[in-house]
Design a protein around this ligand. Structure first.
Ligand code: GUN
Length: 293
């Protein structure tokens, strides 16, 4: 079977182009603040992509890079300052935070109206209640990508592998909500799931978001299934300059030709996450300014 590769770039470009048009007639530039604590190299790369995205659509952006040794109180005081900064509509605290900083306390400190990641308990609660305000960026990007490629979810079975607050849990909730791009029958799988491959192989759509390189092989994917690979794992590869390469949570070589559709790594979900972050920032701006979302 020919596997359709679900590339994120064309969808991201379309979202960027809509945002550029909106910024052109906005009363001021929407602003995004990114807080990066510590020196995780992968986080530094993601944060630089977010800044480039802002430049491309014409958003104001600032990145606050703090050393891993920064006391929690200083991180909280920076967030308090950003909460009241009128030039900042969206605040993103890059995760994971270094050990010694309480992630929950930091996420709780972000003004829910500026919480463009959707990780504040108020925003997560609204999502659980079926009335999302900010939908977390990667889950939103997954649904948008499926929609773009005409892949429906109503009545279909979906296995979500991984229960993180960033991806697995919110995407499971979204897919189970009533309405277009919801109405799915969702099975939430995690590290204690028995016979994982048998569970995922029985589903129409598999969303792999557990952060384990190439963990799902051909036995885990049913013939013709749609496979969304959220994993971005660096593995050693001496044939590459830098000695590393990126792989997903799905063994792409093993499932190509078996899956009906598959997101590449890199180039699948990654660009979608950034596009949805900027869209959420526009939404925060639009609510603050009383303009159309
Ligand atoms: N780390 C990995 N993905 C994300 C994300 O979507 N948002 C934040 N804040 N941190 C992340």
């Amino acid at each position: 079977m020919e596997t359709l590769m679900l590339k994120g770039a064309p969808v991201r470009d379309a979202v960027f182009s809509v945002l550029k048009g909106k910024v052109a007639s906005a009363p001021r530039r929407p602003g995004l603040a990114v807080v990066l604590v510590g020196d995780d190299p992968a986080s530094a790369v993601y944060v630089s992509h977010k800044g480039k995205g802002c430049d491309e659509v014409g958003f104001h952006h600032v990145t606050h890079c703090l050393p891993a040794s920064t006391p929690q109180a200083q991180v909280l005081s920076l967030i308090a300052q950003l909460n009241t900064d009128p030039a900042i509509d969206g605040i993103l605290v890059q995760l994971p935070l270094p050990k010694g900083i309480d992630q929950e306390a930091v996420l709780l400190a972000v003004d829910p109206r500026k919480d463009v990641d959707g990780f504040h308990p108020v925003n997560l609660g609204l999502l659980v209640a079926g009335k999302p305000r900010f939908v977390p960026c990667t889950p939103k990007g997954i649904l948008r990508l499926l929609e773009h490629y005409g892949i429906t979810t109503a009545g279909r079975t979906v296995a979500v592998v991984g229960r993180s607050v960033i991806v697995g849990r919110p995407v499971s909730l979204l897919l189970s909500l009533k309405g277009a791009m919801g109405d799915a029958t969702v099975t939430m799988c995690h590290s204690a799931t028995r016979n994982l491959a048998a569970v995922t192989a029985s589903c129409d759509i598999v969303i792999a978001a557990m952060g384990v390189p190439r963990a799902l092989g051909a036995d885990a994917i049913g013939e013709g299934a749609v496979v969304i690979d959220v994993g971005i794992n660096r593995i050693a590869d001496p044939t590459r300059t830098g000695g590393q390469r990126l792989v997903g949570d799905v063994d792409e070589a093993a499932v190509r030709g078996r899956a009906g559709a598959l997101t590449p790594v890199p180039g699948g979900i990654g660009p979608m996450t950034i596009a949805m972050l900027l869209e959420n920032t526009w939404e925060a701006f639009a609510r603050a300014e009383g303009v159309d979302a």
